[in-house]
Design a protein around this ligand. Structure first.
Ligand SMILES: *[C@@H]1O[C@H](CO)[C@@H](O)[C@H](O)[C@H]1NC(C)=O
Ligand SMILES: *[C@@H]1O[C@H](CO)[C@@H](O)[C@H](O)[C@H]1NC(C)=O
Ligand SMILES: *[C@@H]1O[C@H](CO)[C@@H](O)[C@H](O)[C@H]1NC(C)=O
Ligand SMILES: *[C@@H]1O[C@H](CO)[C@@H](O)[C@H](O)[C@H]1NC(C)=O
Ligand SMILES: *[C@@H]1O[C@H](CO)[C@@H](O)[C@H](O)[C@H]1NC(C)=O
Ligand SMILES: *[C@@H]1O[C@H](CO)[C@@H](O)[C@H](O)[C@H]1NC(C)=O
Ligand SMILES: *[C@@H]1O[C@H](CO)[C@@H](O)[C@H](O)[C@H]1NC(C)=O
Ligand SMILES: *[C@@H]1O[C@H](CO)[C@@H](O)[C@H](O)[C@H]1NC(C)=O
Length: 394
């Protein structure tokens, strides 16, 4: 009787415990898979594998807590929509050599209807790697690992997640179609080298909204083949601002077409909204239909800038002009403060001058007075209020 009771109690207890972990069908809690020394690498791999095989919608859950994670690739295709919900804090190895030589810490790829959600944080623990970064001096520098690679995703959403202190860029978006980032917040110190926020390339219909991005490099940058991109309700700073480019460095680049940047704030960034292309190469391409509207600048060094002589660390020759054609660009309702007198700088290519550039409602001040504009190889249409172009000094 006594024994029977205790067995029943035990069974009940076990059942309760088990149901605690796999409460709903389609939910794969990584706690069920074990985490030696707090390391969830194998747990996440195994949970993903099962969830991905599921014939109905599934969810992998990383509950709140602190975890370690090694380099990992989570790949589809999966049999049904799949979500990874992270509420915990997940830390990368500090040592950049402990990532199997991979250029991304966590890679999500070849997935349709993928969601990454939760209030969690992915902490790249980049401090040790930043000290080893010599990409400012050495063009053949070793690439450090990014926090995230999102590659070949369709119809996917990344929301409410935090990315912190990546060793290199925070997120690379490549070969994606219809992917939304919302409330995806990025935080790395101003002094951390090449910790760009989100870089997009060869992707279409990518939307970034309602996010805060602070880093040591570009907030968001669009590489070649970015089309139908929307950036809305985003606050950037510190960092280097929102950039199209750099373009024209590598052969066979695809055009950048259809960008809308709307209702964004740039706070104490080096640049505001920028288009940058390399001179001295034979790469022919275009960047067109770029729309920047309702932007607030707070003490930004170069609020509005087209730079077709982009050539950091003298890595190129400025002898031959950039062959990237820039056309149909609108800067509209851009206001706030500049940290320099020359708030607008449109330096286009003498080989392929910019076409159909509009400055409309530009109200930027420096030290209490209106900013000036310098322009080359472009004749911008001025609508309503904007500084008048002067030729740059030789
Ligand atoms: C994503 O869409 C492209 C284009 O329609 C398709 O070729 C590819 O197979 C899709 N990828 C997945 C993982 O569904
Ligand atoms: C884009 O992806 C979202 C999220 O999966 C989906 O709800 C939406 O229907 C997709 N849009 C199109 C046009 O396929
Ligand atoms: C931008 O923020 C406004 C106000 O909070 C909201 O109504 C709108 O939907 C947001 N836009 C996007 C693209 O999320
Ligand atoms: C603009 O974006 C901010 C967040 O950066 C948001 O609070 C505000 O509601 C947005 N305004 C509009 C008109 O969308
Ligand atoms: C700009 O950033 C500073 C801190 O870096 C903050 O105190 C200030 O409120 C921000 N301003 C705006 C308009 O977001
Ligand atoms: C404005 O930006 C300049 C240049 O980055 C910086 O030196 C200065 O401290 C900033 N001012 C404020 C009030 O943040
Ligand atoms: C430009 O901005 C200043 C400072 O915010 C403001 O006082 C002024 O009215 C604005 N001018 C126009 C034409 O909007
Ligand atoms: C800012 O303006 C004040 C007064 O107009 C002037 O004395 C000062 O030199 C200016 N500062 C800079 C950095 O131009």
């Amino acid at each position: 009787m006594n024994i029977k009771l205790s067995i029943t109690t035990l069974a009940l207890l076990l059942l309760l415990l088990a149901s605690n972990v796999t409460a709903q069908p389609g939910v794969f809690n990584i706690r069920k898979y074990g985490a030696p020394n707090g390391d969830i690498t194998n747990a996440l791999k195994n949970a993903w594998k099962e969830a991905c095989e599921s014939r109905s919608r599934s969810k992998v859950v990383v509950p709140s807590g602190r975890y370690k994670l090694q380099q990992i690739d989570l790949e589809g295709p999966c049999k049904a929509p799949i979500e990874v919900k992270v509420n915990g804090i997940i830390q990368a190895p500090k040592n950049p050599f402990h990532l199997n030589g991979q250029d991304q810490w966590i890679r999500f790829q070849y997935i349709n209807f993928f969601t990454l959600s939760g209030k969690g944080t992915f902490d790249g623990q980049g401090e040790m790697a930043w000290k080893q970064n010599d990409c400012g001096r050495n063009t053949n520098c070793k690439r450090l690992a990014m926090n995230f690679g999102f590659a070949f995703l369709n119809n996917s959403v990344i929301k409410d997640i935090n990315s912190k202190d990546s060793k290199y860029f925070h997120a690379n978006v490549f070969g994606c179609n219809n992917v939304t980032f919302t409330n995806f917040n990025i935080n790395a110190p101003e002094s951390s080298p090449n910790t760009d926020g989100i870089h997009i390339g060869k992707s279409s219909r990518v939307k970034i909204s309602n996010s805060k991005i602070g880093s040591g490099d570009d907030c968001i940058s669009l590489g070649d083949g970015s089309t139908q991109i929307t950036i809305q309700n985003v606050t950037c700073g510190p960092g280097h601002g929102i950039s199209v480019g750099s373009l024209g460095k590598y052969p066979n680049e695809d055009p950048v077409v259809d960008l809308i940047v709307k209702n964004c704030t740039l706070n104490n960034t080096d640049n505001g909204v920028r288009i940058k292309t390399w001179p001295g190469t034979s790469v022919i391409s275009i960047a067109s239909h770029l729309h920047f509207e309702d932007i607030v600048m707070v003490n930004v060094s170069n609020p509005i800038i087209i730079d077709q002589q982009y050539c950091p660390w003298n890595q190129c020759s400025k002898q031959s002009p950039s062959k990237i054609k820039i056309r149909k660009v609108i800067f509209k309702n851009i206001r706030g403060t500049s940290a320099t007198q020359e708030g607008v700088s449109l330096i286009c290519s003498r080989g392929v001058p910019c076409e159909a550039v509009v400055l409309s409602d530009i109200n930027l001040s420096f030290n209490g007075s209106e900013v000036t504009a310098k322009c080359a190889n472009v004749n911008p249409k001025i609508r309503r209020k904007a500084p008048i172009c002067a030729l740059p000094h030789a």
